[in-house]
Design a binder for this molecule. Structure first.
Ligand SMILES: [Zn+2]
Ligand SMILES: [Zn+2]
Length: 126
């Protein structure tokens, strides 16, 4: 799959039976629909926060195209102390720019400790 941010071919990482596409060039991460929830330690808790995302219509960030269907993705904000803006294709998944996944983990999303450790090794920014 091609990175929607910089156009580099992404590398598939497998974590706990979850496939994550990672761009080593810009540091972004693509999660297919359902994968972010699967990474959450408590599945139902993951679902709750995913429904709390707010559409960011006024975002000035560049609109990205879904790496699967090429349709323009929607900007969503997870309204935390340190808000995280992500790109979502309602049919295919979520794109997180470099550091955004780290910001989610840092702010207490319930992610399995082992996976958090793997992320730490991979991204070295958490
Ligand atoms: Zn990239
Ligand atoms: Zn799509």
């Amino acid at each position: 799959m091609i990175c929607p941010q910089c156009g580099t071919a992404m590398i598939v990482l497998e974590l706990d039976n979850t496939e994550i596409d990672h761009c080593f060039s810009c540091g972004g991460v693509w999660l297919d629909i359902g994968e972010l929830e699967k990474l959450m330690e408590d599945y139902s808790k993951g679902m709750v926060w995913l429904t709390e995302l707010i559409p960011a219509e006024e975002s000035t960030e560049r609109r990205l195209k879904c790496p699967i269907c090429q349709k323009e993705m929607e900007k969503l904000v997870w309204d935390l102390k340190e808000p995280v803006t992500m790109d979502r294709c309602p049919d295919h998944g979520i794109w997180l720019d470099n550091g955004e996944l780290a910001a989610i983990i840092r702010q207490g999303a319930s992610i399995d400790a082992q996976i958090a450790l793997l992320f730490e090794e991979i991204f070295q920014k958490i």
